[in-house]
Design a protein around this ligand. Structure first.
Ligand code: MTE
Ligand code: CO
Length: 441
């Protein structure tokens, strides 16, 4: 597992809340208040990548790589990314958790295009480390309120008629560190507990029909075969609707860290319910009130009560470029890029602002726009003039739900929550071109 610190950007971990500048005087005061970043403004913009090139490799010269035979086939029987992309990796924040076995790392969202996450970059969340399940020894048991308790082998599961579907998976804790203020300076860390892949497997409904669910059954207990034995209660109607028991992602077999050989897919619901190394499904008539749905994955409200069974992930979006990892290296035209998603269906619209919410512009949604999937959006045609800019995106899903400002979310939920933060994110572009995570007051 990688143990890589967040990239060292100025003010890497900070809490900051700013007012929007309304005149030059205030703007100056604001910059002064930002310390290192404000001071660097005088130094000018960051080096554009053109200036880093070796002239010997540029036209009309013949580049070095055109003068030699390259490696032949089979040098890498399982292909790897270009060595020039070696910084594009999952990363974790070592102070977040006590041990790497019960921890989380983050998807490098800033470096990705389109709506599919490559398997090796999908964030990981484990409660008891990665289980190494031997496929020949793997079994899935279905029992409880069923006509025929069943035990499936891995091969049994692959004999059922398969289906393939794209879905996002978001951990309910995504953005959990940001509830009280801007905290982590990087989209990888503020929003990187999400990925979107194509799953292949069997509808859970098919397996439940095989076992014959008793008429009084209402709930399932789904349990993992890792050392955490993670378990959750899942309502039967969701199980019969669109859940899947899968063995592949993006066309290849699941990676060990994503639940090899079998995981549960619970489209649109919080990632915790997507049990990996799935070993047991018990059918019952009530919720089990397991640890992960009582002490964890509940939201502590201002009055001391807890919201629970908050399964569906509310609509959310974030700008992935520019962002702290991808500063503006030069003034002029910039394509603003981002992703949006909703656990309730398709993304209907994304709006983008460059002035902290005074004016909103409708973004271009890239195909495919699929339900319960990441949707790529772009705002073309913005030109950065070198002044501070406050970038935000706001997702609206097909149910009409609008992604809220943090103030609106806090007015309802208070500041005690960890989970289910879907507030609008603000990136501030400084005159140096650097981008930082700020909270607009
Ligand atoms: N399943 C088991 N068996 N053990 C786990 O620790 N973590 C859950 C869920 N399923 C977990 C699990 C959580 S909290 C999340 S967010 C997702 O898996 C993460 O899935 P990923 O690691 O494939 O991204
Ligand atoms: Co999670």
């Amino acid at each position: 597992m990688n143990k890589t610190k967040p990239p060292a950007t100025p003010g890497n971990i900070h809490t900051k809340s700013v007012d929007l500048p309304t005149d030059t005087g205030r703007r100056k005061a604001l910059l002064a208040g930002l310390g290192a970043a404000g001071g660097a403004a005088a130094a000018g913009l960051m080096t554009p990548s053109r200036a880093l090139a070796d002239p010997a490799n540029l036209p009309p010269n013949v580049a070095d790589w055109s003068k030699v035979l390259g490696p032949g086939v089979d040098v890498a029987p399982y292909g790897m990314p270009s060595k020039f992309e070696k910084t594009v990796i999952r990363r974790y924040v070592d102070w977040l958790t006590a041990t790497p076995e019960s921890s989380i790392n983050f998807t490098p969202l800033y470096a990705l295009d389109g709506m599919v996450t490559p398997n090796g970059l999908c964030f990981e969340r484990h409660h008891g480390g990665v289980a190494e399940v031997i496929p020949d020894d793997y079994r899935l048991m279905i029992h409880g309120m069923v006509d025929r308790p069943l035990v499936f082998t891995y091969q049994d599961l692959k004999r059922f008629p398969p289906q393939s579907r794209f879905y996002f998976l978001e951990c309910a804790a995504n953005g959990g560190m940001e509830w009280r203020g801007a905290q982590l300076n990087g989209v990888q860390f503020t929003h990187g507990m999400v990925h979107c892949v194509q799953y292949t497997g069997v509808p859970l409904r098919t397996l439940l029909e095989e076992a014959g669910v008793k008429p009084k059954a209402k709930w399932l207990l789904v349990e993992g075969g890792d050392s955490a034995g993670m378990n959750r209660s899942l309502p039967l109607d969701k199980a019969l609707d669109d859940c899947m028991v899968v063995y592949s992602m993006n066309g290849e077999r699941l990676r060990a860290e994503q639940g090899y050989p079998i995981r549960l897919v619970v489209p649109g619901f919080e990632g915790n319910m997507w049990v990996k190394w799935l070993r047991r499904i018990e059918v019952g008539d009530g919720a089990w009130m397991a640890r992960e749905e009582t002490s964890k994955y509940t939201d502590l409200m201002p009055d001391g009560r807890a919201r629970r069974f908050t399964w569906e992930m509310d609509a959310k979006s974030v700008i992935t470029s520019p962002c702290p990892e991808l500063p503006c290296k030069q003034k002029g035209p910039q394509v603003i890029k981002g992703i949006a998603w909703s656990g309730r269906g398709k993304i209907a619209r994304v709006d983008v602002t460059v002035d902290g919410g005074r004016n909103w512009h409708q973004a271009r949604l890239e195909d495919p726009v699929l339900p319960k999937c990441l949707t790529r959006f772009y705002l073309d045609g913005w030109s950065w003039d070198g002044n501070p800019a406050y970038l935000q995106s706001r997702a609206i899903d097909e149910t009409g739900y609008v992604q809220p400002e943090m103030a609106a979310l806090q007015a309802v939920r208070g500041v005690n929550s960890i989970y289910h933060n879907n507030a609008i994110q603000t990136w501030r572009i400084n005159p140096t071109g650097e981008v930082e995570n700020v909270r607009l007051a």
